[in-house]
Design a binder for this molecule. Structure first.
Ligand code: NAP
Length: 456
């Protein structure tokens, strides 16, 4: 009997460090970690101790014998990862280096209180000499965890539990809400007041397709819709109408799957939407959604997922393709709500006279009462902080912000999370991202580059 990692896996790898026999992979230092859909337990090596389940911040790990029926497929999904792979049986746990003591104390500003900022604070607070002051534009902390994670995924939201500090750490941590950096306090002021400044303000602006009709009424961005159903202060009054039968979502990443599920299963006022078509410009072999998220959709009572078998030509493919084939063979239930996964259909125009009525694609016209662009997100520039206007990220090397003209790192300015690496990866991806940025900061501190900046 072994433990099994299931759908909620947040990839933060706390379980990897907790496992005494090194049976959870990929580990953060293995190839493939950055792109892994989830982490997997090797059932042949697992000693059934449960340390991983205790360490998991989102309650995604269970003993095989206690799996819920909808998680049964994860037993195979975990063991399958180890077919043809061998790993050394133990994972070397890195001891925490207490590099910063009260003798060489640092104060660090973090801009943004979402998962990237919080994982960074957690890493910094491990060092007794570091004090952290966090700046948050909104009146409540936790960013994407509060305003991005779907409301029917409370286990994922429970990742915030690990950001409740001990009393000793709480004394070294201060959160300023309703404080917008670039408006209420400037970048230069932060650089003057702190030994180091870390930008962690994320990327919540929606990318939209630049096609005719994109600005029609009820053609909206994913950030707007996700923010609206999560009661984000910027979006709670957004003019979104859920009357009519059909919604079309453009782009087929996990955000599209989240929104389709919420549209069809979550109580959203007077919504009459009963069918959501998720449209991708490429084929199923390039689908951006992950296997665990698709698998979860297939277990929702009263909801059918529909795939056209004609889209699944070619080789048998990987686990995701196999799941799509199973879905394509399943006969839909009359009267059920439906998510249709449409492939090889490039949207070229949004149709309607004022309000949206449809989407013209390379594969034909699709009726729509609501169109949501789920084609990615972009970050915003903060005055005085370098910004890459094409990639919408802060230019950096391993978290050190660089001057775009010289390519040289700016002293004591760092970045982390989606504003550092672009809008990809799940919540736990920010843990390793934060470790990299904090590693750069501590290396600079060791080299004396931060101490010289104290001007108070
Ligand atoms: P994503 O995974 O990058 O997907 C973006 C989608 O937009 C892709 O299907 C892409 O198609 C499409 N697209 C981009 N440009 C397009 C264009 N010009 N025309 C048509 N289609 C276009 O982004 P996301 O869904 O916003 O997710 C962001 C990150 O958050 C991902 O890493 C995701 O896994 C993560 N996330 C995870 C969860 C979860 O685990 N529950 C939930 C939400 C988000 P192409 O591939 O053809 O470019």
């Amino acid at each position: 009997m072994a433990y099994v990692i299931t759908q909620n896996c947040c990839n933060d790898a706390a379980c990897v460090a907790a496992c005494p026999v090194g049976c959870i992979h990929p580990t953060p230092d293995e190839p493939g970690f950055a792109t892994a859909e989830m982490l997997y337990i090797d059932p042949k090596t697992c000693i059934d101790c449960g340390a991983c389940a205790d360490a998991c911040p989102v309650d995604a790990i269970f003993p095989e014998k206690s799996l819920k029926p909808e998680h049964a497929a994860y037993t195979e999904l975990n063991s399958e990862y180890y077919a043809g792979r061998t790993f050394s049986p133990t994972f070397p746990t890195k001891a925490v280096e207490r590099l910063v003591t009260s003798d060489n104390a640092l104060t660090v500003a973090i801009v943004g209180s979402g998962p990237a900022g919080m994982y960074t604070a957690k890493e910094l607070l491990r060092h007794p000499g570091i004090r952290v002051e966090m700046f948050e534009r909104l009146n409540l902390p936790h960013g994407l965890i509060r305003y991005g994670v779907a409301p029917d995924h409370p286990a994922t939201k429970s990742v915030v539990r690990q950001f409740r500090w001990s009393p000793e750490k709480e004394r070294r941590f201060r959160l300023n809400v309703n404080t917008e950096v670039g408006k209420d306090v400037s970048h230069d002021e932060l650089v003057d007041r702190f030994n180091a400044v870390i930008y962690a303000h994320g990327a919540f602006g929606s990318r939209r397709l630049d096609i005719p009709g994109a600005e029609l009424e009820n053609s909206i961005g994913a950030g707007e819709f996700v923010g609206w159903y999560n009661d984000h202060p910027d979006y709670r009054a957004a003019p979104i109408s859920l009357s009519g039968k059909r919604a079309v979502i453009i782009g087929n990443g996990n955000v599209a799957l989240d929104m389709a599920r919420i549209l069809l299963t979550y109580p959203l006022g007077d919504s009459t939407i009963s069918e959501v078509e998720i449209v991708a410009r490429r084929g199923p072999e390039n689908a951006a959604f992950t296997t665990p998220e698709l698998l979860a959709l297939t277990h929702i009572p009263g909801l059918d997922v529909i795939v056209d078998p004609a889209d699944l030509t070619g080789s048998p493919g990987d686990r995701k393709m196999q799941l799509l084939r199973t879905i394509a063979e399943t006969v839909p239930t009359p009267g059920s709500r439906r998510i249709i996964l449409r492939f090889n259909a490039t949207p070229t125009e949004i149709l309607g006279g004022g309000h949206v009525e449809g989407v013209r694609t390379s594969a034909g016209i699709l009726d729509a009462n609501l169109v949501i662009h789920a084609v990615g997100f972009h970050g915003r520039a903060i005055p005085g902080v370098p910004f890459d206007n094409e990639r919408h990220v802060i230019p950096n090397i391993a978290g050190r912000v660089v001057d775009p003209l010289t390519g040289e790192p700016l002293p004591a300015v760092y970045t982390v999370g989606w504003i550092k690496r672009g809008p990809s990866g799940v919540i736990g991806t920010n843990r390793t991202c934060a470790q990299e940025t904090v590693g750069s900061l501590l290396a600079d501190q060791r080299a004396g580059a931060l101490a010289t900046l104290v001007r108070r």
